[in-house]
Structure formats: structure tokens, C-alpha cells
Ligand binder design. Structure first.
Ligand code: GLC
Length: 754
């Protein structure tokens, strides 16, 4: 797996930084690492004044629970700081970072009180402010009353990177007002396996879309009016465990790793991402937290990342207790630090700094290696302005109007992501005069609409739902009028045949014009969402059948973070809508799409499997053409109420295309309906013959455009020929001359690349 990093060697030759004046390479500190790092004079000065305890403490991150009043890491309500624990954490353990809430969301004021105490203790004990991190992955998830937007998979369905950036800017404002400058987002794992319980935390299955969305989110966090540090996670190879279950082994050959999974991280590093969080799992038998090739040779030597690499939750200790690659916790620490870890998200015991100090004193780890990580951590704090503020000064709170203004982007994203996948007999949109019957287990739950990381880790507790948000059925009542919406509740996912009969009887009595069934899943994240079968729950399949038997037109609305298969009843459905986990504003968005107030524009960022056990991604190989490889709904699919046809495709490059040229593409569109339509024009390329088996399709460009009712328009797209390549047998990126196909919808052409 290991490749000598040419880049690392070159760096040794070209750089003359102070850190390079090492007499001999130190254990675990490559010249490439030392030479690529530039610390400011201020950071060097702080470092020079630090003891070894200070340094190993700076590399220690603890969770808020352990600083609060309470027992066994269960904070006592109301969550408040335990002054003895606080003092011990900073005066004795000298920790450098704190993360998380102590179990649920807090109002901004409570955050500011908690973090104000913490910063004062850190300044008192160390003269260095602590770095506070949080998972604000779809808005400020742990700030009560904040604007929760769509989860990443839904954001990807908007294909609107500009909107994603604006939403991230808003999240930055909300968490900074709490005193939190470090956000553990975006997830850049490529979602290739819909069984994986964190599929909805990804931007979907295509590396280009994932990379573009990730870059937009990083820039939104780091370049907006208010800045926070982004965290690229979970580096690397986390999203395709062989079993589909979270944190189980992945087997990813280096060629695929470089071709599919690495590019989004590389793109985000180029965009200036300030931190990376490491994958808790293992690849090819090597836990990523102990994988020096991934954490140093690739991340530092090839990607040139100079930010902070933080572990995921307790993952150094897990090298011993889960992965069994270390006989002791101390050896696990040695392995992880020498692999390239800068900060340990310990986060609930006090051994890490003590054992790390011993390792340095025993010569198992060079102090120069510790200095390298401390430089990176202090530089991160410096880049966030923490060293200027002195830590105590918390940024200004948001006014009510400022906070209200932050709802616009997530609400717009919720509207843009809803994806219409089937619309037989124009069952949709529903006429305003229609009588609507609503049922299904996700019809009346804000928690279902938000998913995990919403108020609490698993997102299940309605107590921490933000006030004033509407469930789907509440929003439908607003949209159609209460008298026109009959709701037959199914309060649990485990509803039974008797419940189904009750729903069918109620439907027959109400004789509606259409039945809406809200299906899918209730919230989960990580291993809590592991499943044994991607097929939709049997009771939901039975519910569809029972409603179909009444003869009422029926529309399924999926509220879920992954495409559960339902081919057994797909033909029973007149309409299918994917609502993903679209956040606090999903209810009104769904209602407006169903009523036609909003013309749906979402496009699937993944391939919806037809059968649970025969999933392929859209960029499958030519040998994967068996019937079952055909998805239920294709990557990029999504209908509107006013269809846009692709009427022509042109390549403007004269004659043969030469490597180094840019493909100049023109696509003609015609909106044949009576409404303006937001369309996403997607250009796919097919390499006809290549030295690695080519994919049947590869997304190379896309653009969102608004096509007015009845209008035609020409859309220009550009594809640099340098992007027509792939990782070859020698593990290097290569573009091979030859014949290529170009496709936009059903329009195709061919060109020669010389
Ligand atoms: C979790 C997740 C990670 C998150 C971290 C801190 O285990 O894997 O995505 O950022 O812990 O909450």
C-alpha cells in the first residue's frame, strides 16, 4: 500500500524552514511533514514557552460531559460546569480542546455561559484558549431554535452548490454566536453503499458532486462573513464497509481509493480546509488511525494538507479494544501519533496526555513530533483568531432578525431538494379542491424529517425539536386547509395489520381524491442505523397494498436517509416523491411540491436500487448490465410539473480534440410545459476503450438553469480534457487518447481525443 512520496522528497530539497534544521530524521517525523509546515513567529514563541505537559495537553480533546456536574458521564440537568473538574482539566491535564454538548441542544445563552467558563479556565491555567468543536452538520444542530436545513444527501439533490455555501455561512454565524469556531463538517465520504447508516450524511455516490458540494460547504464555513474551521470527514475510505454496517472492515484497493474516495478530500484541501477527522474504520486490515500511508504520506505528502488531523470518538483507545492492533492503550497512542494524528478526541478519560508524555520521555516518540502537532493546533487557533481574542471575548449574539434571516437558505434548500420520481396519470400536483387522505409512520414527525444530529445525537427526542416547525401533515393542513386533509395516524414504525386495516377503513369512509403515504425511517446515525436488509419494512409494503386495494390514487412520500427498496409495490403507486431528511422546513416544502405551489427540481444524487441485493452505482462497468443492475430510479433523475426537453447537443471544438483543450459544449433546452422549471443539465462522458475497464457513464459537468414556461434556451458547459482521465494501473492519473462519447439526457455524440 505504501508509496514513497515523491512530493515529500522534493519538499526536503526545496524548503529551508527552521523546522527543517533537524540533525537527523526523528522517529515518526518525516522531513516532508516538517518542511511542509510554516508556523508564525507568534506560534513558535508560544511553543517555545510550553512544557511537555502543556504540549501533550494541547493535543487532548475532551467531551463536555466530563466537565459537567453529574456521574458516569451523564451530566445532571441543567447541564452546568463542575468547577473542580474544570480546574483539573485545564490546570492539571492542560487540555487544548473540548467538543460536543453534554447530550442535547442548548439555547445560545446557555452555550455562551458554558464556553465562557471553559475559556476563562483555559486562559487562567495555560494562557491559551481552548478550541471548541461541534457537529453542526445540517445547521446548528445543538443550538436550540437554530435553523436546521437538509442533511447532506438532500443538499446534494439540489445540485445547487451556491445555496449550499450560503447555508454553511449561516451555520457558521449560529455556532460562532455560541462561542464555537470549529465545525465537524462536511462529510466527504462518497456514498456508494445505501445500506450504510451514514449514507444520508454524504453528498451521494458521485465523486465530482461530492467534491463540489464539499468545496462549497468548506468555503461557506471558512470564507463567509463569520468564519469557522471546516473538518473533512471521515478521512479516508469510511463509507463502503463490506457488510454495509458502520465501522466494519472495508476492502478498497489503492487504485479505487485514489479514483473514487480521495478526490473530494483533495478538492477540499485545495479549497483550504483547516482540519480533517479520521475514519474510525479499517481499510484492508489497517485501522485508519494507525495508517501512516493514509495519514501522512497521502494527506501531508501528496495532498499537502497542513491543518489539524483529529481522531474520531475514542478511536485511539479502540486500536486496542476494537481493532486489536495494539496490546496496550499506550502502544495504541504511539501507533496513532506516529501514523500522523495531531489531536485525540479522547474524549472521556484522562490517560492520553499522561501516556503520551511517558512515550516522549522514553524516546518512543520524538518531542519534535509532538511539536509538529502542537504547531498545527496552535496555528488552527491562530487562524480562527482565538490567539487574538484571548479566548474570553465571545463574539456578539445574533439578533432575532439576524437569526430569522438565517432560515431562508435552509428553507430554500428544503424546497429545492424534494425529488419527484413518479407521476402517473398526473396524480400530482394535487388540486386545491381535492380531499387528501394522509397516513404513514413519518407523516407527523419533525424528528423523521430532520434525521440524526438534531437536538440530540440520534435525533429521536422531540423534547429538543425547534419550536414552530411543521410536520408533513401539519404543513399539508396549512397548504390545503384543515377540512380537506384527513389524517389517520400510525404512531409507531411497528404498526401492525390491525393498524393497516384501520387506515384502509378510514380511507374508504373518507373517499378522498388521493392518498398520501409517508414512509421511510425514523432517525438514527452511526451503528444505531445498521440494517440487515435494504428493503422497505414489510408493514410499509403491506400498507401500500392495502391502500391500493381501495382503488384510491396513492402517492408514496419517502422520508428517509437511504433508498429503501420497494419494487414489490412500485407498480401499485401512482406517485413517488423522495423527501430525504430535508430538515426543519421540510414539511412546508413537501406540501408545496404536492400542491404544485412549487415545481419540484430535485435530482437523485444516488442510484435507487431496484432490489436490495443487487445495487450498482450509475458509473458501473459494462459487464454490470444485468437486468437487476438497472436501478429503480437512476442517478440524476427527478421529474418536474413542466418538463424540459434536451433538444440538441453540440461540441463546438473544431476537428479532433487535443489533450489540453477544453470541451466547449452547448445544450439546447425546451420547456414544453406551462411553468418555469429549474433544470439541472448534466453532461456525462463515456471512454470507449481504456486501459482500466471504463464506466458506462461519468458525470463531468452540470449546471442548474431556470427555463421559463414555453421557453427554449442554450446552455454552455465546459469540460477540460484533463478531467477525462482516471487512475491507471500504475496508480497515477492518466488521460488516454481515443474515442469518447458525450451524453446529455438522450442526446449523444462522439469525439476523438488526440
Ligand atoms: C462521531 C462521528 C463523527 C463526529 C464525532 C464527534 O462518532 O463519527 O462524525 O464528528 O463523533 O461527535
Amino acid at each position: 500500500m505504501r508509496r514513497d512520496s515523491v512530493v515529500g522528497g522534493l519538499l526536503v530539497l526545496v524548503c529551508g524552514l527552521q523546522a527543517c534544521q533537524m540533525d537527523a530524521p526523528q522517529e515518526g517525523v518525516s522531513d516532508a511533514e516538517l518542511c511542509t509546515f510554516r508556523a508564525s513567529a507568534r506560534v513558535e514563541q508560544i511553543l517555545a514557552g510550553m512544557t511537555l505537559e502543556d504540549k501533550v495537553g494541547e493535543m487532548t480533546q475532551m467531551t463536555l460531559d466530563v466537565l459537567c456536574v453529574g456521574e458516569n458521564h451523564k451530566a445532571e440537568e441543567p447541564h452546568r460546569i463542575d468547577s473542580v473538574r474544570l480546574d483539573s482539566a485545564f490546570a492539571i491535564s492542560k487540555i487544548g480542546s473540548v467538543l460536543n454538548s453534554a447530550g442535547h441542544s442548548y439555547p445560545t445563552e446557555q452555550w455562551r455561559a458554558l464556553i465562557g467558563e471553559i475559556q476563562a479556565a483555559s486562559m487562567e491555567a495555560k494562557g491559551i484558549p481552548t478550541l471548541y468543536g461541534i457537529d453542526a452538520i445540517h445547521g446548528a444542530t445543538y443550538t436550540y431554535g437554530a435553523a436546521l436545513g437538509p442533511q447532506q444527501l438532500a443538499l446534494a439533490a439540489t445540485w445547487d452548490t451556491a445555496l449550499v455555501r450560503v447555508m454553511a455561512e449561516g451555520t457558521a454565524k449560529e455556532i460562532v454566536a455560541c462561542g464555537i469556531p470549529w465545525n465537524f463538517a462536511p462529510v466527504l465520504d462518497v456514498g456508494r453503499d445505501p445500506r450504510w447508516p451514514r449514507f444520508w450524511e454524504t453528498f451521494g455516490e458521485d465523486p465530482k458532486l461530492v467534491g463540489d458540494m464539499g468545496e462549497a460547504m468548506v468555503r461557506g464555513f471558512q470564507e463567509g462573513e463569520v468564519k469557522v474551521a471546516a473538518t473533512l470527514k471521515h478521512y479516508l475510505g469510511y463509507s463502503t464497509p463490506w457488510s454495509g454496517k458502520d465501522r466494519t472492515p472495508a476492502y478498497i484497493p489503492e487504485r479505487q481509493l485514489r479514483d473514487i474516495f480521495l478526490p473530494p478530500f483533495a478538492q477540499a484541501v485545495r479549497a483550504g480546509a483547516l482540519s480533517v477527522m479520521v475514519n474510525s474504520g479499517e481499510m484492508n486490515g489497517i485501522p485508519t488511525h494507525a495508517n501512516r500511508f493514509v495519514l501522512t504520506d497521502l494527506l501531508r505528502g501528496e495532498l499537502g494538507f497542513d491543518g489539524v488531523a483529529v481522531t474520531d470518538w475514542e478511536d485511539i483507545r479502540y486500536l486496542k479494544s476494537r481493532h486489536k492492533v495494539a496490546a496496550t492503550h499506550k502502544d495504541a497512542i504511539r501507533m496513532a501519533i506516529l501514523a500522523g494524528i495531531d489531536m485525540s478526541m479522547v474524549p472521556q478519560d484522562w490517560e492520553f496526555p499522561v501516556l503520551l508524555k511517558e512515550l516522549v520521555e522514553e524516546g518512543a516518540i520524538a518531542e519534535a513530533r509532538i511539536d509538529l502537532s502542537v504547531r498545527r493546533i496552535l496555528t488552527l487557533k491562530e487562524r480562527l483568531g482565538l490567539l487574538d481574542q484571548g479566548g474570553e471575548a465571545l463574539p456578539a449574539m445574533l439578533t432575532d432578525s439576524e437569526r430569522l434571516a438565517l432560515e431562508a437558505a435552509p428553507a430554500q434548500a428544503a424546497m429545492e431538494c424534494i425529488t419527484l420520481l413518479k407521476n402517473e396519470h398526473d396524480v400530482l400536483p394535487i388540486a386545491s379542491s381535492a380531499n387528501v387522505f394522509v397516513s404513514g409512520p413519518t407523516a407527523n414527525s419533525l424528528n423523521a424529517l430532520n434525521g440524526g444530529w438534531s437536538g440530540t445525537w440520534q435525533g429521536k427526542n422531540p423534547k429538543y425539536n425547534n419550536p414552530g416547525r411543521k410536520t408533513a401533515v401539519e404543513a399539508l393542513r396549512d397548504e390545503f386547509g384543515r377540512s380537506r386533509v384527513q389524517f389517520e395516524e400510525l404512531e409507531s414504525m411497528d404498526f401492525n395489520d390491525q393498524d393497516i386495516r384501520r387506515v384502509a377503513s378510514a380511507l374508504r369512509r373518507s373517499r378522498p381524491d388521493v392518498a398520501l403515504l409517508f414512509l421511510g425511517e425514523m432517525p438514527y446515525t452511526e451503528f444505531m442505523g445498521n440494517i440487515g436488509d435494504l428493503r422497505l419494512a414489510d408493514n410499509q409494503l403491506d400498507l401500500v397494498r392495502a391502500v391500493r386495494e381501495t382503488g384510491t390514487p396513492v402517492v408514496a412520500v419517502f422520508v428517509e436517509g437511504r433508498p429503501r427498496t420497494f419494487s414489490q409495490v412500485e407498480s401499485d403507486l401512482d406517485g413517488v416523491v423522495m423527501a430525504y431528511l430535508a430538515g426543519d422546513f421540510a414539511g412546508p416544502a413537501i406540501a408545496k411540491v404536492l400542491s404544485g405551489s412549487h415545481n419540484p427540481s430535485g435530482k437523485l444524487p444516488f442510484s435507487w436500487p431496484r432490489e436490495a441485493s443487487s445495487h450498482t452505482t450509475y458509473d458501473r462497468k459494462h459487464t454490470e448490465k444485468h437486468y437487476s443492475a438497472r436501478p429503480q430510479y437512476a442517478f440524476g433523475s427527478g421529474l418536474s410539473y413542466s418538463p424540459v426537453q434536451t433538444t440538441a447537443l453540440r461540441l463546438l471544438n473544431e476537428g479532433n480534440v487535443v489533450l489540453g483543450d477544453t470541451l466547449r459544449i452547448e445544450v439546447d433546452l425546451a420547456n414544453t410545459g406551462d411553468r418555469p422549471t429549474n433544470e439541472v443539465v448534466m453532461a456525462f462522458v463515456q471512454d470507449r476503450v481504456a486501459s482500466i475497464t471504463p464506466s458506462v457513464d461519468k458525470l463531468k459537468a452540470y449546471k442548474r438553469v431556470l427555463v421559463d414556461a414555453g421557453a427554449t434556451m442554450t446552455v454552455p458547459l465546459r469540460v477540460p480534457t484533463a478531467e477525462l482521465g482516471f487512475i491507471g494501473t500504475d496508480l497515477d492519473y492518466v488521460v488516454e487518447p481515443g474515442t469518447f462519447g458525450l451524453r446529455v439526457q438522450q442526446q449523444t455524440l462522439e469525439f476523438e481525443l488526440n
